[in-house]
Design a protein around this ligand. Structure first.
Ligand code: BG6
Length: 510
């Protein structure tokens, strides 16, 4: 990953990376949204940043009948118009290939093998292939099986073959284990790149740099000083055109075992011995394995679900979840989850981790709030100060990336009064706006064979192990009070109660 030693601030912030070695990338599901919105722009950005090898080609595979011209046209609609006609643009267009194919048909893979051989000849891609499964999850096992049977996944004579698997990786622990079992029968763990796009976000990667690249935070990053950690992931969007997928998945599966667990594990992990893929992932896995799965009784009190009704988001009236296209009008699927989790290890015992994530909330905002314990009050007993506010460190993940440390300061005047002030840092002010999609670093890392930012089998399974008890209880006890929060609000009241019962509150997000 791109955690090579950090440059000095005044080093123009640019890391001159080396281009990846020769390779071809095959995208299954090449006409879909993910490919067009994220993968293709990310590849193009990599090319412009000179991180894509000169010897590169992409082959899109999908079931749609489409000519190469149509495919290139479609791609061009998703790239910056101002670039059309430039040299980078022409070069990128030349790299793109398209092949119609049925993922369950062996003939597709025979033909793909021929296309790749021709590409090796023409582009010098050296038989190194990156297969990206940007398809519906039902195809994951099948495609890997076909890659195995056709010999395309076999690495020999120094040629590498890697497979990127998108989320959702399973829909519960059993299915995730079954999928791991199937693909590991064909690929070695080192060939598998389970993607979680949260790890492509600069601010998420920065959690590690912030914690381990600075001397002042780590000594207080534990149960002696921290009262609790609260993670908020709020989206203003609803389910858009994904109603039929989402109505089967729900927010718990869609966000918690993956994205939320990444945020928790990076916040809670022990310092790794190095930034090598396994050293980092060992520590993340250990942190996840220390999270106590909830008992059925705990689920009733510590896991909150919600579904949005109609409401107003950013001044616009929006419909209820049950009225969204593809969603059942009686749907019991949750669009909001809040949970209280405990990490049972020496660093975190007794420090609750609260998380909440939901759609159609008041504001798009993701943050990790590290709340410290209050200072002893004794000293202020005979003053006008009634209460000391706890210090908090807020790691803002998106959209306004940065950090803010809140602390008490004396309000000027003859009386001793305290106010909370903030010391903050905004990414965009120091480093400029991030022009990337987040997939650049992930694709580049696959090409150079660095799996640090990808999930290992044990991490994925640990994530499911934490949400499985909740899935089970919620399945037998379907929600009776849905919809229970208005679109444009901060979620159901029960989520506030979850913290208030412990004498705490979600940080107010303005
Ligand atoms: C995806 C989920 O993995 O992450 C979506 O399937 C969700 O439902 C999205 O909207 C959130 O990603 P981001 O990067 O916008 O926070």
């Amino acid at each position: 990953m791109s955690l090579s030693p950090v440059t000095e601030l005044d080093d123009e912030f640019e890391q001159a990376g080396k281009p990846a070695g020769p390779c071809a990338m095959v995208v299954f599901g090449a006409t879909g949204d993910l490919t067009m919105r994220k993968l293709v722009p990310a590849l193009y950005n990599l090319m412009k940043a000179h991180l894509l090898p000169r010897e590169f080609a992409m082959v899109g595979v999908a079931i749609d009948d489409m000519s190469l011209d149509d495919f290139r046209q479609k791609v061009s609609r998703f790239l910056q118009v101002e670039d059309h006609g430039t040299e980078a643009w022409d070069r990128f267009q030349q790299c793109l290939h398209y092949m119609r194919g049925d993922f369950g048909d062996a003939a597709t893979f025979t033909q793909l093998g021929e296309v790749l051989s021709a590409i090796d000849q023409k582009f010098g891609t050296d038989q190194n292939y990156l297969f990206y499964l940007a398809t519906a999850p039902k195809f994951f096992s099948e495609i890997v099986k076909q890659l195995g049977q056709s010999g395309l996944s076999k690495q020999d004579n120094g040629h590498w073959r890697r497979v990127v698997i998108e989320k959702p990786f399973g829909h519960d622990l059993d299915s995730a284990q079954a999928l791991n079992y199937n693909i590991k029968g064909i690929l070695s763990e080192k060939q598998i790149y389970r993607i979680d796009h949260y790890l492509g976000k600069e601010t998420v990667q920065n959690i590690m740099v912030f914690r381990f690249g600075n001397g002042i935070f780590e000594p207080i990053w534990n149960r002696r000083y921290i009262d609790h950690v609260a993670i908020t992931n709020a989206e203003t969007v609803g389910v858009e055109l994904r109603g039929s997928y989402f109505d089967n998945a729900g927010t718990l599966r869609d966000m918690v075992p993956n994205h939320m667990m990444q945020l928790i594990s990076l916040t809670a992990m022990e310092p790794p011995a190095s930034f090598s893929a396994d050293a980092v992932r060992d520590e993340q896995a250990k942190a996840l394995n220390a999270i106590q799965p909830l008992s059925s009784e705990d689920v009733l009190h510590q896991a909150i679900r919600g579904q949005y009704g109609e409401g107003t988001v950013a001044g616009e009236k929006v419909q209820a979840y049950r009225a969204e296209p593809g969603v059942s009008p009686e749907s019991k699927t949750e669009t909001f989850v809040a949970m209280k989790l405990n990490i049972d290890n020496w660093r975190w015992a007794g420090v609750p981790f609260y998380l909440r994530t939901g759609k159609r909330m008041a504001k798009r905002h993701t943050e990790i709030n590290i709340q410290f314990k209050r200072a002893p009050f004794q000293l202020f007993r005979h003053t006008a100060v009634h209460k000391l506010q706890p210090n908090r460190l807020v790691i803002q993940i998106q959209p306004d990336e940065g950090m803010a440390l809140g602390f008490g300061a004396k309000i000027p005047g003859p009386q001793l009064r305290l106010g909370t002030v903030e010391m903050s840092f905004e990414y965009s002010k120091y480093f400029g706006a991030d022009p990337y999609t987040g997939y650049e670093v992930l694709l580049y890392d696959c090409m150079i064979g660095d799996a640090t930012l990808f999930q290992r089998a044990d991490m994925v399974e640990a994530g499911w192990r934490i949400v499985d008890p909740v899935i089970d209880v919620w399945r037998v006890l379907p929600a009776r009070n849905f919809p229970n929060y208005a679109a444009g609000s901060w979620g159901p009241k029960e989520a506030d109660d979850l913290m208030e019962r412990d004498g705490r509150q979600w940080r107010k997000i303005e």
